[in-house]
Design a protein around this ligand. Structure first.
Ligand code: FAD
Ligand code: SF4
Ligand code: SF4
Length: 476
């Protein structure tokens, strides 16, 4: 097929559960491509020689190559090309913000609609799962031990890459299930937990050992780990929620998004009493914030039976940080968006939330982030009647893991200082990557950081040190 006719084919849409049906269940919303649609979508790829899409992917997935294998019907080759750079493709195909990464720079994006790279990635990964995952050969043992603290995408990627290279890798995870935000944060209806489990099982088959219920900073500290392991990677994420510090935040019925989502996803509160953790969500819910976490909280509240769910956001629609697809899905499901609105007090009676006093905002000059800053409009205060408030304002790294690791430098936002080119911290033999370094970011950027650190750890442990450890004076 000629290049021009390929690029003129419209991008293929993906089947989804109907909004009225899906708000009654926690099943996956997007249903994926079938083989015919996947091959037709793969036909749209122009196989560009300079492949800008690859440079848009933080882990450099061999995009044109896996797509070529898919459209030629060589599915095992497509799997091999895809997994060469990405050990969690079924996860990334579902939750990567492709529209600002690989798909944003696809040449077809300039002419109309980019190749649906994420959907094709998801299709290939799901095909492999249905046909039996094959484990690639791993290098013979290097005779060296590595501890990975935290089992989110950063830690899992570092662990998988090091295991393939022949290291004896142990992942130490505080929670009772591995996966980090993939299991406790992102809801089942966007990322089924069975899929995360199977991708983690693949890493275990590469030789990665995972120990759960191990809280670093309590059970062991980093200095103790350095006595038993040759190297340590820290990937403990940014799981400490931020609150607004306004009156009424201690009332019953106020959640941090992290608590709500952990109860729902990890503890399966929507299946209470079969699972033993309850969750109470009232009839009228306000979620404060407009990132992906806020959309997940609002959509979860609807599925838990709330009649009316509001997103309360102090800026306008243009500044909403959540993925466009998540906002679209929330709107389709009936979430109400209150833009240019900010809570100033949570109201209550007898210890429980009864409402929220809010103020209208306007947008002033751009702030340090480049976004126009919200300014309260005097005299515009009003009350909203709600019985549940969810704070989805962002998170920062939990200091527990490095509380007993003197020498690890942290910046003003509480993030660990590490070199972005190597993952090295100021503490020799300790690397860090993912949200612990960047603050809350994306799955694929955490995976990219895990890979960068694994490569530098390998070089260091092979005696090919690639430069000095960070000193206090060096920029991170
Ligand atoms: P995490 O995933 O946070 O994993 C850190 C792990 O370390 C956790 O398992 C934690 O229990 C463990 N840990 C912490 N402290 C200790 C300790 N002291 N000892 C031992 N273990 C410890 N990104 C996207 O790309 N797309 C999305 O759609 C998306 N949606 C999101 C939705 C929600 C609700 C949230 C919260 C985040 C979302 N993100 C999304 C962001 C993304 O999930 C994170 O950027 C990513 O998971 C960071 O990976 P990480 O490995 O650095 O940390
Ligand atoms: Fe695109 Fe994410 Fe896949 Fe990379 S991992 S190719 S950014 S969908
Ligand atoms: Fe295919 Fe787009 Fe990548 Fe070109 S830029 S190779 S069209 S996916």
């Amino acid at each position: 097929m000629a290049r021009s006719s390929r690029s003129s084919i419209a991008r293929h849409s993906m089947a989804e559960q109907e909004p009225s049906v899906r708000i009654t269940n926690f099943d996956e919303v997007a249903l994926g491509y079938d083989l015919t649609t996947a091959v037709e979508e793969a036909q749209r790829c122009l196989q560009c020689r300079h492949s800008p899409c690859v440079s848009g992917c933080p882990v450099g997935v061999r995009i044109p190559e896996f797509i070529k294998a898919l459209r030629e019907g060589d599915m095992w080759d497509a799997v091999a090309k895809l997994k060469d750079k990405n050990s969690l493709p079924a996860v990334c195909g579902r939750v990567c913000p492709q529209e600002t990464q690989c798909e944003e720079v696809c040449v077809l994006a300039k002419r109309g609609e980019p190749v649906a790279i994420g959907r094709l990635e998801r299709f290939v990964a799901d095909w492999e799962r249905e046909h039996g995952i094959r484990v690639p050969p791993v290098a013979s043992s290097m005779g060296k031990r590595v501890a990975v603290i935290g089992s989110g995408p950063a830690g899992l990627t570092a662990a998988g890459d090091l295991a393939k290279l022949g290291y004896d890798v142990e992942v130490l995870e505080a929670l009772h299930e591995p996966g980090g935000v993939l299991v406790y944060g992102i809801p089942e209806f966007r990322l089924p937990k069975e899929i995360v489990k199977i991708e983690i099982g693949y890493l275990e088959s590469l030789g990665v050992k995972i120990r759960t219920n191990v809280v670093i900073g309590r059970l062991y500290n980093v200095a103790e780990l350095l006595e038993s392991y040759d190297a340590v990677f820290m990937g403990t994420g940014a799981g400490l929620p931020m609150m607004m510090n306004i009156a009424g935040e201690n009332l019953n019925g106020v959640y941090s998004a992290n608590e709500l989502l952990t109860r729902v996803n990890l503890m399966k509160a929507y299946q209470f009493p079969e699972w033993d953790t309850p969750v109470r969500v009232g009839a009228r819910v306000a979620v404060v914030g407009a990132g992906n976490v806020a959309m997940d909280s609002a959509r979860s509240a609807l599925r838990l039976g709330a009649n009316e769910v509001h997103i309360v956001y102090r800026r306008s629609r243009e500044e909403v940080p959540a993925r466009a697809e998540e906002v679209h899905h929330a709107e389709q499901e009936g979430v109400i968006f209150d833009y240019l609105t900010n809570p100033v007090e949570i109201l209550g009676a007898e210890g429980w939330v009864t409402g929220m006093r809010c103020i209208r905002m306007s947008l002033g000059e751009p702030d340090a982030s480049g976004r126009r800053s919200p300014v309260p409009i005097e005299g515009s205060e009003f009350e909203m009647v709600v019985d549940t408030v969810v704070m989805a304002l962002g998170t920062q790294p939990n200091p527990l893991a490095f509380s007993q690791a003197p020498g690890l430098e942290r910046n003003r936002r509480g993030a660990v200082v590490a070199d972005s080119a190597t993952g090295r911290t100021r503490l020799e033999r300790v690397w860090a990557g993912g949200d612990i370094v960047t603050g809350s970011a994306t799955v694929i950027s955490a995976m990219g950081a895990g890979r960068v650190a694994a490569m530098d750890m390998h070089a260091y442990l092979m005696g090919q040190s690639r430069g000095p450890w960070l000193t206090a004076a060096e920029p991170a």
